[in-house]
Every structure is written in structure tokens, then in C-alpha cells.
Design a protein around this ligand. Structure first.
Ligand code: MN
Ligand code: ZN
Length: 498
């Protein structure tokens, strides 16, 4: 259970104590219900706004302590800017902004679920609630002393006053699961690698059985039998055995091919024998962000009983440099039969994915396959941390992913694939080598993966810039944003559940 404040819905007439949060548009445009709530305090808001030069600009906040006439002991007015500029995706952000005004020490808070243009629909209320909950998420399980005055987040709910409280509660049953999925992904990425090694990661994924997810696990003996030399090579320098976990959600029609998601789960990446520099290496506990996203996604779709067949497969390894570790120059044989010359043991993610992608493609014959991986530093050089890199062999799938990205704010930017790039990973000694050099590093990594997906429509998301050390936004104040769960949940809902 994630550490975040629960959200409840109450009708507009709910009693109000503690903090009251309301929204307003440019030129102090309030909705009708908000205006009614504020009537007892007369011209207080107009006067305070004039004194503070507050006009309702996007992101501006007017904070009035002990507002006369109201029962609340603080009134917070949040500016949303020009009403006609508000997009559906902004609702999450507004929720984040509202929660940002509610200190952890305050047990009672009500957010009025109304925009200047009118009361929130149940779907908008759910997005607002999701934004609030994600904003309140914290990863503090290793802090033995709580912050001064802070209440335990999970015990004190914030109320959203909405017109259709019953309908909002019903809609929240699904939206809530999505939030839990995002926070599960965040938890997994934030966990240190001494706690979250492959076996423990697998154990946490297995907990999804409670939600009706079927789960199979492969240990090293099975992987050896299947000939997964690429994945096994990465984990062989670690004391921790590697694992593959395959999660199956059968919510669609029987016999319909599944949508498959594959996640890179390098629980810690030292680089192996091609060891990384010390500075910043601690961040490599997050090199399993792709696998975390897949687990979070499976949670979300199982919680809302999505009407679609989905496979979620994660390759879990630890990349360490001990006496048995693989060396530069080694040649391994992947499950597909293709051989790989290891040039740099730090280019390990693609080796893990090569075997998992081939395995999933062969065994489950998915209609489409999408992998997520914190794969290359090169993608951050190209795109920074605002967009994940999208590599795709299918224009329709690329368009759909791009649309889901715009709709959720988890944006992807399509990068090229092509023969010329593919040549860069040809090897003198084997079928391919595991790096293509510095130039186009994110692209040659994707070319490598493409050699393991056959003709299946496939997309690769390089999330090295978005999954960890994530940008701080109104809905994320954590080191990990749990990036991709909302994106892929949306893709499934918009495309594959129709
Ligand atoms: Mn690496
Ligand atoms: Zn890595």
C-alpha cells in the first residue's frame, strides 16, 4: 500500500473544516457553486485578490487565513488561467496543485470540484483525484523519524466536493487502481537494490495474483534449458540469481492474441566488468524502471478488470563484476539462436530484453509487443527528460502511442530506425555486437532489439530520461514518476479494449 493521502468524494453540501481549496479562472472567474460557497465572506476574496494582485493566472495562489464568514480556517484559491485553454490532461495537474496547498499536518481539507465553466464530470473528478493522490505520494519507508508535525499520509483523506458524488465514487473505483499502479511502479524504482534484487522483485510481482493476474516464473535452470544465453550472461557475475516473471491478464475474449509488454529489470547496474564511474552510480538502482512500469500497469488493468488480454513480462537481473562475470569479447548465444559479441558489459539491458522479447513473441504470439527500458544515456542527450524515445516498426502503433502520450502527458518522441543504423552493430566474430559506438547510441540499441522481434508490430520505449531522476511536476515530487503506467493504460483503453 503506497504512502499517499486517500481521496474521498462528498456532495457539494458537505461540511467544511480545515482547508478549503477552490479554483478560479482569469479575472477571478468562479463557478456557480464556488461563488455560492464564498458568499458568506462577502467581498473578502475580491479585496484580498486586489491586495495580492491575484487575478487567477495559471498557477497563481491566493491564500487567506481565517476567512471571515467561512467555517474553514484557510481558504486557498488556485488560478487556472484562461478557461478556454484548459485541456482534459490539465485536470491531473490541477489536482496536483490543490494537493500541493494542503500541508501534511492538516487532517481536514476539502477541494471544491468545480471549474469556472461548471461542476466536474465524474471522469474529470477522477482525474482531479488521481492528480491529488499522485502529488501526495511519498517514499519514506526508510526514514525512522517522521517530518515535524506530519500525519501519516495514508490515514487522513482529503475530500473532493462534487455535484455527482455517487457517480464519482463509482468512477474512482477504476481510477484509483491506476493511481495504485503508478505508485507501485514508483515504489519499485525508489527501493534500494539491497532490498529489491531479482528474487524480491519477482515476489512483489507475484502479489498481483491477488487481483486475478496469472503468473509464471522462470528461474535460471529453465532459462538455461530454453537457451537464454544473452540474459544469463548479464546476471552471471551476481550473487543473486536472475528471474523472468510473466504476468497474464485474460480480460478479453478467449483466443484473441494478447498485447504484450516487456520490461527491462536490471535491479542494479554496476556496468559489470566495463564498470561505471562512481559518481551517480547510486541511481542505477532504478535501472529496472521498465519492469516496474510493466508491473504497475498490470496492477492498474487488473484493478479495473480491463477487457483485454495482456502479457507483462519482465527480465530481472543484477549486473555485477565478480570472478564469473562476463567479459568484453565474450560471445553468447541468445534463445533466438543469434550470437552476440559482448563489446561493453554495460550495454546489458538489450541482452536481457533480447531473450525476453524472443520468448514472449514465440510463446504468446502477441498482436503487438511494446518494451520499456532505461536503456541508454544517449536518449537523454537527444531528448532530455521530457519525452521518452519511441522506436517502432509500425506506423499505426507509433501514431497511437504518440496520441496516448499527448492525452496523458507521458509524451513520446519517435526516433528513426533503418538499415544504415542496423549495420553499425554487425560484428567481426558473431552475428552482432552489443554496442554500435557512441554515435546514435539510442538508435543502435533499438536496432539490436529489433533483431529479436520478427515481424510482430513492436515499439521500444527508451525511458532512461523519464523513469528515474524524473522531472518534478505538479503530480510527481518523487525520484521516480512511475512513468509509463498511465500512458500504456490509456493506450489499452483507447485502442485494444474497443
Ligand atoms: Mn548498463
Ligand atoms: Zn542498464
Amino acid at each position: 500500500m503506497a504512502d499517499a493521502r486517500p481521496v474521498e468524494f462528498a456532495p457539494f453540501s458537505a461540511p467544511r473544516r480545515g482547508i478549503l481549496v477552490v479554483f478560479c479562472g482569469d479575472s477571478l472567474a468562479f463557478g456557480a457553486a464556488t461563488t455560492r460557497f464564498l458568499r458568506p465572506c462577502g467581498d473578502l476574496v475580491t479585496k484580498a485578490a486586489a491586495a495580492q494582485k491575484f487575478t487567477g493566472k495559471s498557477g497563481a495562489v491566493l491564500d487567506i487565513v481565517m476567512p471571515r464568514g467561512l467555517r474553514a480556517d484557510r481558504l486557498v484559491v488556485i488560478g487556472l488561467g484562461k478557461v478556454s485553454d484548459i485541456k482534459p490532461v490539465d485536470m491531473l495537474r490541477f489536482g496536483g496543485m490543490a494537493m500541493g496547498q494542503i500541508p501534511r499536518s492538516v487532517p481536514n481539507a476539502t477541494v471544491v470540484g468545480e471549474l469556472p465553466a461548471g461542476a466536474l464530470t465524474p471522469a474529470q473528478a477522477v482525474d482531479l483525484a488521481l492528480g491529488m493522490r499522485l502529488r501526495s505520494y511519498r517514499f519514506e519507508r526508510y526514514k525512522t523519524k517522521p517530518a515535524e508535525g506530519a500525519l501519516k499520509a495514508s490515514t487522513v483523506a482529503v475530500t473532493i466536493a462534487v455535484r455527482q458524488a455517487t457517480a464519482a465514487r463509482r468512477a474512482w473505483a477504476a481510477g484509483r487502481g491506476l493511481g495504485e499502479g503508478v505508485m507501485l511502479a514508483r515504489d519499485l524504482v525508489n527501493e534500494p537494490a539491497n532490498v529489491l534484487f531479482p528474487k524480491e522483485f519477482a515476489r512483489r510481482a507475484m502479489a498481483l495474483r491477488k487481483l486475478g493476474v496469472d503468473i509464471d516464473m522462470l528461474g535460471e535452470p529453465q532459462m538455461k534449458r530454453l537457451g537464454m544465453g544473452a540474459l544469463i550472461g548479464v546476471g552471471q557475475g551476481s550473487e543473486h540469481d536472475s528471474r523472468i516473471v510473466v504476468m497474464r491478464w485474460n480480460g478479453g475474449k478467449r483466443g484473441v492474441a494478447p498485447v504484450a509488454f516487456v520490461g527491462k529489470g536490471v535491479c542494479f547496474d554496476t556496468g559489470g566488468i566495463s564498470i561505471k564511474p562512481a559518481s551517480g552510480m547510486e541511481d542505477m538502482k532504478g535501472d529496472m524502471g521498465g519492469a516496474a512500469c510493466v508491473v504497475g500497469l498490470m496492477h492498474a488493468i487488473a484493478a479495473r478488470k480491463a477487457g483485454v488480454n495482456v502479457i507483462g513480462a519482465i527480465g530481472l537481473v543484477e549486473n555485477m563484476p565478480d570472478g564469473r562475470a562476463q567479459r568484453p569479447g565474450d560471445i553468447v548465444r541468445s534463445m533466438s539462436g543469434q550470437t552476440i559479441e559482448i563489446i561493453n558489459t554495460d550495454a546489458e539491458g538489450r541482452l536481457v530484453l533480447a531473450d525476453v522479447l524472443h520468448y514472449v513473441n514465440k510463446k504468446y504470439k502477441p498482436r503487438v509487443m511494446i518494451d520499456l527500458a532505461t536503456l541508454t544515456g544517449a536518449i537523454m542527450v537527444a531528448l532530455g527528460q521530457e519525452y521518452a524515445g519511441l522506436f517502432c516498426n509500425d506506423d499505426t502503433l507509433a501514431t497511437r502511442l504518440t496520441a496516448a502520450g499527448e492525452a496523458t502527458g507521458e509524451k513520446v518522441w519517435r526516433m528513426p530506425l533503418g538499415k544504415e543504423y542496423d549495420k553499425m552493430i554487425d560484428s567481426k566474430f558473431a552475428d552482432m555486437k552489443n554496442t554500435g559506438g557512441r554515435h546514435g547510441g539510442a538508435i543502435t540499441a533499438a536496432q539490436f532489439l529489433q533483431r529479436f522481434v520478427g515481424r510482430t508490430p513492436w515499439a521500444h520505449l527508451d525511458i532512461a530520461g523519464t523513469a528515474l531522476g524524473s522531472p518534478q511536476t505538479e503530480i510527481n515530487k518523487s525520484w521516480s514518476a512511475g512513468w509509463g503506467v498511465r500512458l500504456l493504460d490509456r493506450l489499452l483503453a483507447d485502442v485494444y479494449e474497443k
